[in-house]
Design a protein around this ligand. Structure first.
Ligand SMILES: C[S@@+](CC[C@H](N)C(=O)[O-])C[C@H]1O[C@@H](n2cnc3c(N)ncnc32)[C@H](O)[C@@H]1O
Length: 396
């Protein structure tokens, strides 16, 4: 059996539990939740599988050394002691990213430079030559993390953030990060056993992530590269074996996955991205104003969306959120409706429905709430007081 080693999957705030669940399902050993990360053990094949399949991980790191540091020189001297030619040869390339927290170190950029210098000097001292820096796609991508006086050096096995799935060809107004989109879908409990609607789908991220979950398609199957593919110990046969085994687990989708957007440009972009992801047979997107829509089937469904936030897009926030509530009440019986917004004061307050769940998350730097509304059959009441729909739709 291959050697087992520790890995740390990093994630976004609030997604630790779903990532833990994902790792357990994949077969990780000793998975343990941290803050914005989950640590676990596995072998090389499991590292390949984790990168290919995890939906809510941003990066999979492999810690190789931990030591105490009190000055930048301590860091330099400790790094000089590592045997870097176990990881790259002198003609290959490196990049270093650093994060610092605590009082002793504050400049992460300087820590990254100092670490890079140590590795370069290691090779210069030994071979009279140095590896070059490549900020985009280096053979060795190193992660240096200093918390107070504890420094952890890790190999970044993923490379660029795993939200770069490889299916997005066009950006739209405020697309949601793919890792967050997958996390939202998993937080709703949706696993493909029911219909799914994103009624303000923008570039289609939530729909694509939902369809990949429903069909059990590995999240990063369309990704161009992982950093581990450039490692000296990369095992191409093993990687292909793992890839194929994950592909063999793809299942059929028996329910509808539908998106609406009122903007034709968003619909075009969503269709583009859906095609890139190879999901055009499983997701339907229509140009439609949600406020004029009706639930298109009788069966229960999950509805999840990220409506415009007042800070980014020009909307009358209270009026817009009130209309969301009215539409859900009138036209979406038998639905578990979820929405994420940073407008939890002016927006959510005006939806006018009782939330049955509230989860704190971040969309980029914006603090948000993912909220759940349970629409029962009986909640389909057309109240006379409801504001004239046409009048409001003119504004949107
Ligand atoms: C924040 S964006 C959604 C981004 C999307 N989750 C993505 O990943 O690209 C909000 C979207 O809602 C759409 N929208 C706004 N009002 C709408 C309405 N009444 N009906 C349908 N779509 C609407 C906008 O056109 C925009 O594309």
């Amino acid at each position: 059996m291959e050697r087992q080693f520790k890995m740390v999957a990093k994630t976004l705030f609030g997604l630790e539990d779903v990532l833990l669940e994902e790792l357990k399902k994949l077969g990780a050993a000793k998975a343990k939740k941290g803050i914005r990360n989950v640590s676990f053990y596995g072998d090389k094949g499991f590292m390949y599988k984790a990168n290919l399949s995890l939906r809510t991980a941003v990066k999979v790191l492999v810690p190789i050394r931990q030591f105490k540091v009190f000055t930048e020189d301590d860091l330099y001297n400790q790094l000089l002691l590592l045997k870097w030619d176990d990881y790259i040869n002198v003609n290959q390339t490196i990049s270093v990213s650093a994060t610092v927290s605590g009082e002793n170190f504050t400049n992460s950029h300087y820590i990254a430079l100092k670490s890079k210098d140590a590795i370069v000097d290691y090779f210069k001292n030994k071979y009279g030559k140095r590896p070059n820096v490549d900020l985009n796609s280096a053979h060795l991508q190193l992660d240096v993390h200093i918390q107070n006086n504890t420094c952890t050096i890790s190999l970044n096995s993923s490379g660029s953030s795993l939200h770069k799935r490889g299916y997005r060809s066009a950006t739209n107004i405020a697309p949601v990060n793919e890792v967050l989109a997958a996390g939202l879908v998993l937080l709703t409990g949706y696993s493909g056993h029911g219909h799914f609607i994103d009624p303000m789908c923008g570039s289609g991220t939530i729909l694509i992530e939902a369809a990949m979950i429903a069909a059990n398609i590995p999240a990063n199957i369309n990704r161009r590269e992982f950093a581990f593919e450039k490692w000296l110990d990369f095992d191409e046969d093993l990687f292909q074996l793992i890839r194929q085994a994950q592909l063999n687990k793809i299942r059929e989708i028996h329910y509808q996955i539908i998106g609406y957007d009122k903007a034709p440009s968003a619909v075009r972009k969503a269709l583009d991205n859906i095609k890139n992801a190879g999901l055009q047979d499983f997701i339907k997107v229509e140009k439609l104003n949600f406020f004029n829509s009706e639930k298109p089937f009788k069966e229960p469904c999950t509805l999840l969306f990220n409506p415009p936030y007042g800070n980014r897009l020009e909307i009358d926030v209270p009026v817009f959120y009130k209309e969301i509530g009215n539409t859900l009440k009138q036209s979406y019986p038998n639905t578990e409706a979820w929405l994420i917004t940073s407008d939890f004061v002016n927006g959510l307050k005006n939806v006018g429905l009782r939330t049955s769940k509230k989860i704190k998350l971040f969309n980029g730097k914006l603090e948000c709430r993912l909220v759940k509304y349970e629409m029962y059959e009986g909640s389909k009441k057309r109240k006379s007081k409801i504001i004239n729909k046409k009048k409001y739709n003119q504004q949107f």
